[in-house]
Ligand binder design. Structure first.
Ligand code: FAD
Length: 468
């Protein structure tokens, strides 16, 4: 009997993970289905791109995964990659506020203080700003709401100063978005739950955050993030290696998907058609209106914004950095006269990325209010990054080389109402497109572990739908 086909659209981490878990289940249980993964470009991994040059390992996209979220490490163990894992070097990190570097206060989670002592000592916020922030302890819970902006929620609890000087630079960076437009429930629903349960985020975090584990070993505890000795793409290569030959179709965009013959006809840019019994679409939300052009309920995705960023990696002789800073990097508040939004001293955060005697500095540009910076020519980008860096460090030589990665309109914006919009589209899809699932960074989390988790769930949904 011919095997029926489950199509996975997109070969980023979400698509590859879905293909891996789906194929594994089919093989283990000898089920009469096959997996086809269709990828538009000539490579796999999507936003995960590790670039090697002159002994440096440079991440053009994401540089690591957060270890706290379990699906990431679970997949690493599944793939037998544990020995390849490296943890980030821990060290002081900083926030640049109104042009001045401040140490990130200890005992804070995403900029929200959990320990009052270190918070009272920080120079990041004025005495008045501190008093205002501590009102969180007595404010009580806000009204129950379906959603609200992350900025409005944080401002109500802590006041504008803590938000602008500490919370915004940390939280906006993760989503490359504007904190005042971002949905609380789609980005940090946990904060809402803490407010509702404890009437205070400070109290709620104090009660619920795991206490740091004390070890007998000297030195800093392991970092909160991980990558691999040979860069993040290691995981992509391993996933590809695990998939059966013939599973992946490269250089083939899915142009259109039509409901036909008790399943779906998946029309490829080559003109070929794959007949599928189920489809997991892992591509960005903006691809869906065209793929399913006959369905009105998916057309709204063309209006969901995506922002742009660029990162600029600069390789130096260590000696070129005359005034170094003891730490791993800094984020920049938007009240500073800087165009870079964040800077990582990669040679310290990921020592194996950089040959001995060299330094690797990686900066981001592209605030929501400064999107045009992403399109500047390479030389101008390098010049403006160096100018900003020299305000806090003293770099006396030009970089040996630079690697610039532009990410245009790819950072999905989870604006207020995001979860409701997704739920509505999925409900309609379950009626009109049974067996079709939308997952990936446009939907339930942008972090790599979130994408992996979504892929796992989609595989479970397909199995339930096909009763296998
Ligand atoms: P993608 O990686 O976008 O993959 C989608 C794939 O679909 C692509 O390969 C694309 O070519 C393909 N495709 C598109 N249209 C079609 C079509 N019509 N037919 C077939 N294929 C199609 N996350 C972290 O956890 N840690 C970080 O440090 C981090 N830093 C980041 C830094 C940057 C610069 C960026 C851009 C993202 C970062 N992220 C980070 C987020 C994370 O990298 C992404 O959310 C995640 O990799 C997205 O994976 P995905 O598979 O959902 O989508």
């Amino acid at each position: 009997m011919d095997k029926q086909t489950i199509v996975i659209v997109g070969g980023g981490i979400t698509g590859l993970t879905a293909a891996y878990y789906m194929q594994k289940a089919l093989k283990e249980e000898a089920l009469p289905y096959e997996v086809k993964l269709v990828e538009a470009s000539d490579r796999l991994g999507g936003k995960i791109i590790t670039h090697k040059q002159d002994g440096f390992t440079i991440e053009r996209g994401p540089d690591s995964m957060i270890a706290r979220k379990k699906p990431g490490m679970k997949l690493v163990e599944e793939l037998g990659l544990k020995d390849e894992v490296i943890r980030n070097g821990t060290g002081q990190s900083y926030i640049l506020v109104q042009g001045k570097l401040h140490k990130m206060p200890k005992g804070a989670f995403m900029g929200v203080p959990m320990q009052i002592g270190p918070f009272l000592k920080t120079g990041l916020v004025s005495p008045f700003g501190k008093l205002r922030a501590l009102l969180d302890l007595v404010k009580g819970k806000g009204d129950a709401s379906v959603d609200q902006s992350l900025g409005a929620f944080m401002r109500r609890r802590f006041g504008n100063e803590l938000v602008e000087n500490e919370i915004e630079p940390l939280l906006s960076g993760i989503y490359s978005g504007d904190i005042d437009e971002m949905s609380l429930m789609a980005t940090f629903p946990h904060f809402y739950q803490l407010e509702q349960n404890y009437g205070s985020l400070i109290k709620g975090l104090k009660q619920t955050m795991p206490k740091p584990v004390k070890t007998k070993e000297k030195g800093n505890p392991p970092g909160a993030f991980f990558s691999f000795k040979n860069g993040l793409e290691t995981m992509v290569h391993k996933l590809v290696e695990k998939l059966d030959e013939g599973t992946i179709l490269l250089n083939n965009a899915v142009d259109h998907i039509e409901k036909k013959d008790n399943g779906y006809h998946v029309l490829l840019s080559s003109g070929d058609v794959i007949k599928a019994v189920a489809v997991i679409a892992t591509t960005p939300h903006k691809t869906l209106p065209k793929m399913f052009s006959q369905y009105d309920f998916l057309q709204g995705f063309s209006n969901v914004p995506s922002s742009s960023v660029a990162n600029v990696a600069l390789a130096f002789e260590q000696s070129a950095i005359k005034q170094d800073i003891d730490g791993t990097g800094f984020v920049v508040s938007r009240n500073s006269d800087f165009r870079i939004t964040a800077c990582t001293w990669t040679h310290k955060k990921w020592p194996s990325s950089t040959p001995k005697g060299k330094a690797l500095i990686r900066c981001y540009v592209g605030r929501p209010s400064d999107q045009e910076v992403v399109d500047l020519p390479d030389e101008d980008l390098v010049e403006l990054v160096l100018k900003d860096l020299n305000k806090t460090m003293n770099i006396t030589a030009m970089p040996e080389f630079s690697v610039i990665s532009r990410w245009r309109n790819v950072m999905p914006q989870y604006t207020v109402g995001h979860m409701e919009r997704i739920a509505k589209a999925r409900k309609e899809a379950s009626e009109h497109l049974p067996g079709v699932y939308f997952v990936g960074s446009s939907f339930n989390g942008v972090g790599i572990p979130d994408c992996i988790e979504q892929a796992e769930k989609a595989v479970e949904q397909v199995r339930k739908y096909l009763s296998i």
